[in-house]
Design a protein around this ligand. Structure first.
Ligand code: FAD
Length: 918
């Protein structure tokens, strides 16, 4: 590619900076508006300028007139209240989403490593430097694990409770206390402004000439400034007295001669009852705000991930916590009301389905039951042990909860939609993508009609998938994909991390996505059984890849330590592949005379109970740890039973023990099975669809996603207008309404369909167009298809196999010659990194202490033993993935070593954890 001329490149850079600043401004405005009104709408703040606010909101009303009106009422299509919600909630969210998509678009032109390359050596003491220092300190303090850490880990998982988590929980609790206080005070203010009439007591009339206390001194009246509630009443009275707007129906004529009826006596409830009623009512009011926040962290691809450098496994934790809070608040709303009604003996009457007061209380109760179903199904004990039960109950519970909440009160829908829209959009985009993004996999080395390959470890404990991808697909090692195999289960989708980099192209010129799948329970067992017993290809649907926050982590840290337990190594391998690719680029740049930071040294510590898993170590990783220019320190720990033959690999016995058609006596075939082989099958005319590589990304381009968001919100708005039109029409034509539940149902379906259909059509068109163009390209590149020629071997693919095997040149020899040898030793001799395998667990305190102090203790970490390296490497990125206990142990050691924001003379250990359990 030719380089852009310098002035043009400068102008381009300046334009990018300006665009990024404008987009950040849009994000800031949208989020400030959203958060400000989110926090203050339930407070009395609105009454400070109530007159202006009501007047302004009234200007937002969309007038609606219907000539057949029979009740004489005028109803707006969108009231001022709804318009106000649309402005701060819907438009605020849309602004942030569009701004974030624009920022991703700008950032997508930069490389993963650009951030580190730019900043590393910038040590000038400028204002920017101090700002960056302050930001770093703040981030570290927020990541501080709050004591008692053991308790929090037992309650919340291996990550425990960070200071940020604690602050967010306190913010949530504080907001709710403030809202309830404000709303109760509103009631009390109202009561003070409208005191109940004094009790009438029958007393004898006072003697004539004696002044009574009441007649003697009238109370002083403060005329300077009426209280806000009085101002509101004045305004409403003035609005009632004002002439009707043009086109409105004339008010009914009043017969002047008729004697006016006396107003009904005012019923005044005792104050404690009023407060009780309002507490019950306002828990429901506040519950709507909780539902609004609940959906934002759920989408797998989310603008919050882009803005906060976060990812799905991290944010789903906040969804869980918000879920518990939401169910609690809404349950309090229902339970307090029901206890009041039970006390007054009107419970059954109040739970009548056809209430006319605008509230369907029975559907509120059903919604609450849906919420409890969600809560019980999501308890860790159910989620972890019976994931499918959790999944089914979550979908059913969410539908019941939302549908009946909409039917409970018709204003719930407008309050909660923005988060729901983003979630629906995510579901639509991934449903369409995953239906297009499929590949055909086989474990048989003889089968050439499949695009992708599966390799089983000799003891069948691990499956390695090497999925062929279109050159346009891009991901970062450790991104997440979800797999579905209809032959195993048509509805289950299971998450896996990608163990390869999309920038690494194999010798055959192909891009491959590598996944390592450990045999765990039903789904993984059935998949492995299917691939090992049946040589015919199996279709696999892929959803994603979804971005992981690790891309920032890889670029941000000065040094890297990867700690993995068992199959937790897959994300670590993915990130190592990114580092390898970056080094290769730097070396190529150096050869061309330009300079690029090569990146620092790294350590991989892998603990496994199964020696077979160690075969997942790719050749490139081993190569990086060997020889003079080694920059990677690989430490392997075997914690299983060395005497168990089933836990050994690459021995002749183990290979023969598994009775599979793919395993013959042929030594080469065995080697192919036990290693990650990048072989591509030749394309046959009959299987052009099967040979299609993965090529349909979740989100083609950030700007396309932005268009889909606009369509989603626009469609949702049209759905809202439809529901409102029905409601407004009925309000004007039916005197006594009993159809509020139907309005809720209509809102549920109209808003849902409106939000889903337009982006679905857009993405369907884009995916279909891509599929067609790929098929056209494949046909034109393979003229032999049309001539009906037989399969021809692919020489480039064969080269790929040879290149990979040559890295493990001893495998094929020794796997056949290990007869009678002690299995563990045989394995060590085979793979060639046997010297690196230690028995037992590592000492985390010692290992991480050495990392933090940059010592060369025991020769384990020889790469950080000089002061210059320590000075340079202030942040050590520690990535830990695997079983909860391992993650918790490493997290605890790092917390101890770091203190609150790092200790003098030690590197700061920046921990990122993944447990493979959502
Ligand atoms: C972000 C992430 C990345 C992962 N990466 C890998 C990987 O690279 N290699 C690997 O072998 N395993 C990985 N896993 C774990 C893998 O998803 C499970 O081992 C697999 O789904 C188990 O399915 P099963 O039917 O055999 O067992 P099940 O009994 O169905 O599930 C066992 C456990 O896996 C989890 N699980 C199952 N299905 C899902 C799902 N749809 N979504 C989230 N969690 C689920 C649940 O916690 C469940 O308790 C990852 C998990 C997560 C959450």
């Amino acid at each position: 590619m030719s380089m852009a001329p310098a002035p043009w490149a400068k102008a381009q850079q300046r334009a990018k900076c300006l665009a990024a600043a404008a987009l950040w401004l849009l994000v800031a405005c949208g989020s400030i508006a959203f958060l400000f009104f989110y926090a203050t709408t339930p407070t009395r703040w609105h009454q400070v300028r109530a007159t202006e606010l009501i007047a302004w909101r009234n200007t937002l009303i969309l007038p609606y007139t219907f000539t057949n009106g029979t009740t004489g009422r005028t109803t707006p299509l969108l009231s001022g209240g709804i318009s106000f919600l649309l402005i701060w909630q819907w438009c605020g969210t849309l602004a942030v989403a569009l701004g974030a998509a624009g920022l991703v678009w700008i950032a997508s032109s930069n490389q993963v490593f650009s951030a580190r390359s730019g900043n590393k050596n910038n040590k000038q003491r400028t204002a920017g430097y101090y700002l960056r220092q302050a930001a770093t300190r703040t981030r570290r303090v927020l990541a501080y694990r709050v004591p008692p850490r053991g308790l929090w880990r037992a309650l919340l998982g291996p990550g425990g409770l960070s200071l940020l988590d604690l602050l967010l929980i306190l913010l949530w609790v504080g907001l709710h206390i403030m809202w309830m206080h404000e709303m109760t005070m509103r009631v009390l203010d109202n009561r003070r402004a409208n005191p109940p009439p004094p009790k009438v007591t029958l007393r004898p009339p006072p003697p004539v000439g004696v002044k009574t206390a009441t007649t003697a001194a009238p109370p002083p009246i403060n005329v300077s400034r009426p209280p806000p509630q009085v101002a509101t009443r004045h305004l409403l009275r003035a609005a009632a007295a004002a002439p009707p707007p043009a086109g409105a129906a004339p008010p009914p004529k009043v017969n002047a001669t008729a004697t006016p009826k006396p107003p009904p006596p005012r019923v005044v409830k005792p104050l404690p009852v009023v407060v009780q009623d309002n507490v019950a009512k306002y828990f429901g009011w506040v519950g709507r705000l909780d539902i609004l926040a609940l959906y934002f962290p759920v989408p797998r691809c989310n603008f919050l991930h882009w803005l906060l450098d976060s990812d799905f496994p991290t944010l789903i934790k906040y969804h869980r916590w918000l879920g518990y809070g939401t169910i609690l608040v809404n349950s309090l709303h229902g339970i307090i009301y029901m206890s009041i009604w039970a006390r007054d003996g009107i419970l059954t009457r109040m739970l009548d389905w056809g209430m006319t007061a605008g509230v369907n209380r029975l559907s509120g109760l059903i919604s609450m039951c849906g919420g409890w179903m969600l809560l019980l199904g999501a308890l860790p004990v159910v989620r972890r042990r019976c994931f499918n039960l959790f999944y089914a109950s979550h979908i059913l519970g969410a539908v019941v909860f939302m549908l009946f909440a909409f039917m409970h009160r018709k204003d719930v829908a407008t309050w909660v939609m923005p988060g729901v829209f983003l979630y629906l959009l995510d579901v639509v985009l991934r449903t369409i993508q995953q239906n297009f993004n499929s590949t055909v996999v086989t474990a048989s080395p003889d089968c050439t009609s499949a695009a992708s390959r599966a390799n089983l470890s000799p003891d069948n404990g691990m499956l390695t998938l090497s999925l062929r991808c279109h050159e346009g697909m891009s991901w970062v090692g450790s991104d997440i994909v979800f797999l579905n195999v209809p032959a195993v289960s048509w509805w289950q989708w299971h998450p896996f991390t990608v163990a390869s980099s999309s920038e690494a192209v194999g010798p055959s010129g192909e891009k491959r996505m590598v996944l390592h799948i450990k045999k765990y329970d039903r789904w993984t067992q059935r998949l492995i059984l299917r691939l090992s017993n049946d040589a015919s290809p199996v279709r696999m649907y892929v959803s994603g890849p979804y971005a992981n926050a690790n891309r920032k982590w890889i670029a941000g840290a000065d040094r890297h330590v990867f700690i993995a337990g068992g199959i937790g190594v897959t994300p670590a391998l993915g990130m190592l592949q990114e580092l390898i690719v970056h080094r290769k680029k730097a070396q190529a740049a150096a050869a061309n005379g330009s300079s690029l930071d090569e990146g620092s040294r790294a350590t991989l510590v892998w603990v496994s109970r199964d020696r077979g898993e160690f075969t997942a170590l790719p050749y490139e990783v081993l190569e990086a740890s060997r020889g003079k220019g080694a920059w990677l320190d690989v430490q392997l720990y075997f914690t299983g039973d060395s005497s168990s033959p089933s836990k050994t690999v690459a021995s002749g016995e183990a290979a023969a023990a598994a009775d599979k058609p793919t395993k013959g006596d042929d030594a080469e075939a065995k080697a192919a099975i036990s290693l990650t082989v990048s072989a591509a099958g030749a394309v046959s005319p009959a299987s052009i669809a099967d040979n299609r590589p993965l090529s349909h990304p979740y989100m083609f381009h950030p700007l396309l996603w932005a268009v889909a968001v606009v369509l989603c919100f626009g469609g949702g708005f049209l759905g809202l207008i439809c529901a409102q039109a029905y409601d407004a029409y009925t309000a004007r034509t039916v005197a006594a309404r009993r159809d509020f539940s139907y309005v809720g149902m209509l809102q549920f379906s109209a808003l849902g369909v409106g939000a889903v259909l337009p982006p679905a059509l857009l993405m369907f068109a884009v995916h279909s167009w891509r599929l067609l163009s790929l098929c056209r390209k494949a046909l034109s590149a393979q003229p032999s298809f049309n001539r009906g020629e037989s399969d021809t071997p692919n020489p480039t693919a064969d080269m790929a196999v040879a290149a990979t095997l040559s890295g493990y040149s001893t495998v094929s020899e020794s796997s056949g010659s290990a007869n009678g040898a002690e299995p563990a030793k045989a394995f060590k001799a085979d793979i060639g990194f046997a010297h690196a395998i230690k028995d037992g667990r590592p000492n985390w305190a010692e290992l991480l202490g050495a990392v933090a102090t940059c010592s060369s203790d025991g020769g384990q970490l020889p790469v950080w033993d000089n002061d210059a390296a320590q000075e340079q490497a202030q942040v050590v990125g520690v990535f830990v993935a695997g079983p909860e206990r391992l993650v918790a142990a490493v997290d605890e050691e790092c917390a101890l070593l770091n203190g609150v924001w790092g200790r003098a003379g030690r590197a700061y250990l920046s921990v990122t954890a993944l447990t493979h359990e959502l």
